[in-house]
Design a protein around this ligand. Structure first.
Ligand SMILES: Cc1cc2nc3c(=O)[nH]c(=O)nc-3n(C[C@H](O)[C@H](O)[C@H](O)COP(=O)(O)OP(=O)(O)OC[C@H]3O[C@@H](n4cnc5c(N)ncnc54)[C@H](O)[C@@H]3O)c2cc1C
Length: 415
């Protein structure tokens, strides 16, 4: 059903809800199986069907669609990257975000309210000027603000007695937020409408092999054969790939937490990030202040974090905008991040024929969802990467051609 004002009205008054997608039984075989019904898996299935004409596809999800990080993130979207390998990819994602809701005919509340990165030293301002120039050379919007420019946008920040005074900021006006779970639902609905089978409550427990090649998956709902199998399971990448024989991937799983306050009147104009600590904040349409900071710092598969990081994040918040101390914290939660060794993702074939990998998104994969799906679909459909995502190779950790956006070296817990 195509959604319009009329169909919404009809649905609102109808005694029965039309399901947003079907609940099919798994078929014995598909042309393509995508493991993982998160944002990236669903987007891949959607673009496989829509852009590359591959509709004989199943998405196999161990829980319910969107139960992973796609529904747990702080919803920030942006393309303010520095390095050549990253800027064109994230800008492609931003362009897809800009047309997404019309494209999949679903309200994902994409809101380009701006992303402002604050700087607190001359050196940091120089680094932002460099990043802004790199962005503009690639045709991406970037504006360097001085302290007065920041004050005009966010007068509530601590300008007067801060330990790390605000010197200015790098603003990307086209950045902003999107409603995370609606993104998953929109892609799921769009894929389902094009014939993709969305199979929930089916955990992949092993891979089917034919000689050296991967020929499908073993799941808790039976074996399903496939010509090509794509893995997009984010924080569970090491676990799932170990079943295919890859027990040493350049990935560590870490917990990242997020926090939301009680609903408040509109105060935060867009997304603001603190440059002297790790803290980022925006305000949801319901009024909650949505914020987060660093990963917990130890490897874990638990979808919950500890109190030391809560304290650290809240301290950074208090240093940046002391008024936050008056707000009540409503909820916190955690998700498992697939932290790669250079902080950049992997979209590549694997050495096992028929098996493709999409991983290493660290805590920046939500903004990448549209481009990640598009490029993973391209790779699977054509068995060749698109030039825009060609740098995200798995073997870059062996050859040394890493994409170290943050300049942190090979320490996943620092990216
Ligand atoms: C607290 C938090 C804040 C974040 N903030 C941001 C942000 O502001 N901006 C941003 O860009 N990114 C952010 N991220 C990161 C972003 O959410 C992730 O990088 C991205 O969602 C990962 O891709 P995904 O959506 O496909 O993952 P997921 O939604 O985790 O999808 C993976 C799916 O695979 C399934 N799966 C796992 N194992 C199996 C199996 N054996 N069989 C079948 N299915 C399986 C899981 O159940 C899951 O549904 C944040 C993450 C968290 C946790």
């Amino acid at each position: 059903m195509r959604l319009s004002a009329l169909t919404l009205l009809r649905e609102a008054f109808s005694p029965e809800r039309t399901p947003v997608w079907r609940t099919p039984e798994p078929k014995p075989a598909y042309r393509v199986i995508i493991v993982g019904g998160g944002g990236h898996g669903l987007a891949t299935a959607y673009y496989l069907a829509k852009e590359f004409g591959v509709t004989d596809v199943a998405v196999v999800e161990k829980g319910w669609l969107g139960s992973g990080n796609v529904g747990r993130n702080t919803t920030i979207i942006r393309s303010n990257y520095l390095l050549d390998g990253n800027i064109p990819f994230y800008e492609h994602s931003m362009k897809l975000w800009e047309g997404l809701e019309q494209d999949f005919n679903y309200n994902a509340m994409v809101s380009q309210r701006g992303v402002l990165n604050l700087c607190h030293s001359d050196a940091q301002r120089d680094a932002y000027a460099r990043r802004g120039n790199a962005m503009r050379l690639h045709g991406v919007d970037a504006e360097l603000l001085d302290a007065d420019g920041v004050r005009a946008m966010a007068p509530f920040l601590n300008f007067d007695d801060a330990r790390f005074p605000i010197k200015g900021g790098l603003l990307q006006k086209r950045g902003g937020t999107a409603r995370h779970d609606a993104v998953a639902w929109g892609y799921a609905r769009g894929a389902d409408l094009r014939g993709v089978d969305l199979i929930q409550n089916a955990e992949v427990t092993g891979f089917l092999r034919e000689g050296g090649r991967i020929a499908g998956v073993q799941t808790t709902r039976g074996a399903i054969r496939a010509g090509r199998t794509g893995v997009a399971v984010a924080g569970n990448t090491s676990r799932v790939m170990a079943m295919a024989g890859f027990d040493r991937l350049p990935i560590e799983s870490h917990v990242l937490q997020a926090f939301v306050s009680e609903g408040l009147k509109p105060i935060i104009p867009g997304v603001i990030t603190y440059g002297a600590g790790h803290f980022y904040i925006s305000q949801s349409d319901k009024g909650g202040l949505v914020f987060g900071g660093d990963i917990d710092g130890y490897a874990s598969y638990a979808q919950r974090g500890g109190l030391p990081v809560l304290e650290d994040v809240v301290e950074a918040g208090m240093a940046l905008m002391p008024m936050i101390g008056r707000a009540k914290l409503l909820r916190s939660w955690g998700g498992i991040m697939d932290m790669s060794m250079d902080g950049s993702p992997i979209i590549d074939r694997t050495p096992a024929e028929g098996l493709y990998l999409n991983a290493g998104w660290c805590y920046g994969g939500f903004k990448a969802t549209p481009a990640s799906g598009w490029h993973f679909a391209h790779l699977i459909a054509k068995d060749a990467p698109h030039p825009v995502a060609a740098a995200y190779r798995l073997d870059r950790f062996r050859t040394g051609r890493t994409i170290d956006e943050k300049g942190m070296g090979p320490w996943p817990n620092l990216h």
